[in-house]
Design a protein around this ligand. Structure first.
Ligand code: UD1
Ligand code: UDP
Length: 381
């Protein structure tokens, strides 16, 4: 069987890790599965891309599309055009896309046009805010996929409200008009469980930055609707300054944000320490040892929850509604100065085996049995 995995942005490198490990495990059991890895090149700075490959042992991509930065149309079209070439060359049994970036949509569109089945990891999430590029990307990707791997029941419910019908896994071959929908749990939880111990052993970030556990807050802001809108960005800066006087705040700043921040007049107070993006092990260490997280990141809202750190989400809505319902996360307009739930609740995002379920499903439903050595189904190309 041949699977093409398409990744290109920071969180996608992390999401791919458990899936690649699950594929390796299947291969070790004697069942051959070829994992063709495509890096779109959407993120390219060392600290946004290669550091994750180096730290997490991600293999060298089989294809590097080198799309780089640019306006949405250009970036998405470039992924679309170049993924088409990869699919024609590789003739995979399935293409797997992750999350909601322009790499996700470009990769999915190229595959759909060639009738290559698509599996969407992190399907069904909705902010119900179509001003977010991510919302457009995830809605469109879900609607052209053949299998929708949801991280939560809320995500499954969102899909049902859009007219998808959940059906039994063995209820016939999956199809775009009737895709499989499975709540697998969240691959980011798998990634976190795998990485925490390594982070504990390897990361010296607290020492390097000369900070003590539970004496600081972690801040991240990078969403286009926050950084590229001066009113929203100023509102966030004011919120952070107003609610955090007396606290040390560490802000590993995303390159998008740095470019905007250098050119605006409103500034964070002196207690906000701005550094560059850090690797995953250092970042988990920083979050785990912080007293509060303030963020507009999707992944970080859940990481704070898993690491039992209260989170303030710097947005007007969130896709990760369970973190708010559990009391660990609060939207910034609702923040009253503190929130400390007594305990993290059970397994809101699965049991750490999401990736294994994903790979088992891909093999069970998409392996081309006529050509077990890998290659095209015949037909769609
Ligand atoms: C993208 C995703 C967003 C995701 C985020 C993860 C889309 C529409 N957005 O946002 O959903 O949360 O990745 O981090 O796909 N830049 C660099 N170096 C890099 C990468 C980017 O300097 O390695 C700068 C460039 O100026 C670029 C800007 O950051 O124009 C934005 O990068 P882009 O990939 O377009 O979007 P993100 O904000 O990273
Ligand atoms: N992250 C990291 N270093 C940083 C900031 C974030 O390794 O300096 C990790 C973080 O642990 C999470 C992921 O990057 O797993 C989130 O990426 P980001 O916030 O860029 O994207 P989003 O999740 O919002 O799509």
């Amino acid at each position: 069987m041949k699977i093409v995995n398409i990744i290109g942005a920071r969180p996608q490198f992390i999401k791919y890790v458990p899936v690649s490990k699950a594929i390796e495990k299947i291969n070790a059991s004697g069942h051959p599965v070829r994992d063709v890895l495509v890096h779109t090149g959407q993120h390219y700075d060392y600290s946004m891309s290669k550091i994750f490959f180096d730290e997490l042992g991600i293999k060298e991509p089989d294809y590097h599309l080198g799309v780089g930065s640019g306006p949405h149309g250009m970036q998405t079209a470039s992924v679309l055009q170049k993924t088409e070439e990869v699919c024609l060359q590789e003739r995979p049994d399935i293409v797997v896309v992750y999350g909601d970036t322009n790499s996700t949509l470009g990769g999915a569109l190229a595959s759909a046009k060639l009738h290559v089945p698509i599996a969407h990891v992190e399907a069904g999430l909705r902010s119900f805010n179509k001003c977010m590029p991510e919302e457009i990307n995830r809605i469109l990707t879900d609607h052209i996929s053949s299998v929708l791997f949801c991280p939560t029941n809320a995500a499954v419910d969102n899909l049902c409200r859009e007219g998808f019908e959940v059906r039994a896994v063995n209820g016939g071959p999956p199809h775009i008009s009737s895709p499989l929908i499975i709540n697998t749990g969240d691959v980011m939880y798998d990634a976190l469980l795998y990485s925490l111990k390594i982070a504990e052993e390897k990361s010296s970030v607290l020492r390097d930055l000369d900070i003590a556990p539970k004496t600081y807050r972690v801040l991240t802001v990078h969403r286009a609707e926050n950084t590229d809108n001066e009113v929203n960005f100023k509102e966030i800066i004011d919120f952070v300054n107003d609610t955090s006087s007396g606290s040390s705040i560490l802000f590993p700043m995303h390159p998008r944000t740095r470019k905007v921040y250098e050119n605006i007049r409103t500034k964070f107070s002196g207690n906000v320490r701005i550094i560059g993006p850090v690797g995953y092990f250092d970042f988990l260490t920083l979050v785990k040892n912080s007293e509060l997280v303030m963020t507009d990141s999707g992944g970080l809202q859940k990481e704070a929850y898993w690491l039992k750190v209260p989170c303030v989400t710097l947005r007007h809505e969130t896709e990760w509604v369970e973190t708010v319902q559990s009391g660990w996360n609060v939207l910034y307009r609702d923040y009253k100065g503190s929130h400390r739930p007594s305990e993290a609740e059970g397994l809101l995002y699965g049991d750490g085996r999401a990736a294994e379920r994903i790979v088992e499903t891909l093999i069970g439903s998409f392996e081309c049995r006529k050509c077990p050595s890998g290659g095209a189904h015949g037909g769609p190309f």
